[in-house]
Design a protein. Sequence first.
Length: 317
Amino acid sequence: MQLTNLSFEVRDQIAYVGFGLNEKKSMTTLTRDTMEELRQVLAEIAKKQKKEIRGVLFFSHRPGVFLAGVDVTLIASLKSEAEAARGAEQGQLLYNLIEDLKVPTAALVDGVCLGGGLELALSCQRIYVSDNSKTALGLPEVMLGVLPGFGGTYRLPRKIGLPAALDLILSGRQVKGKAAFKLGLAEAILPVERMLELAPGLLLKPVPKRGSLGESFQRAATENFLTREIIFQKARQKVLEQSKGFYPAPLKILEVLEAGASKGRDAYLAMEAQAFGDLSQTVVSKNLQHIFFLTDSSKKLDNKDQLKSIRRGAVLG
């Protein structure tokens, strides 16, 4: 197995899968090649699990960046709703392979963990965050006019409860490592310098029970039909007040989450993939992607500090 974007090794019956190998960009993202290599690695782990491999740790070779999500150029390259839905399905199937492993799995998150990166972490049984102040987790897809398409809308509510999950998915906001631990999104906070050293010992131990009264309510809300109905009603009202109905992604997110609340994984993920496909081709999403690329390009300008300041602007059309 020849790998270019990932590293894979087994030490003391623990498999280590490392992202960002040979990465030249400042942010490690999920590309088609990376996902294909990950598929090969997971197939190898599945063959050896329980016998030669007792646990799996996903980490990053780049300090301060776990995974910044799917490469946005990949999303922009999708030319039809059907193609986009198929792309989401492929990502979902890949992350299902992680979730279905029969040995303990954990994501070691140091730094940026966004979009498809967080969705990958959610497919693991545990998430360990570093004490790095730059560690931040989030699902910002709504800012591109789409929804998380690799299982994020399915797994996040089941991890932290419906109200907290709706807040993160609908706003696209990021949470720091300590906040992620308090939310129940992460199982432990580890010193960044010793993550790879301490994680194997934690991985093979039972997860200690946690949870306040508030956390118990959040999880109960995910399961209770009447409570869910109230939560979705309030969330929809808030979205309409803020967006005036001009942004389809938040309403579609609510539609998928509400309709799929009682469905099994396969049925739910099929809805999520179709919704991703539908949203990816809207004018709103295309415009938001264009803004993303313009903003990203502006960060790479030389001599930015020497540019003249703009005091007035106008919009035509």
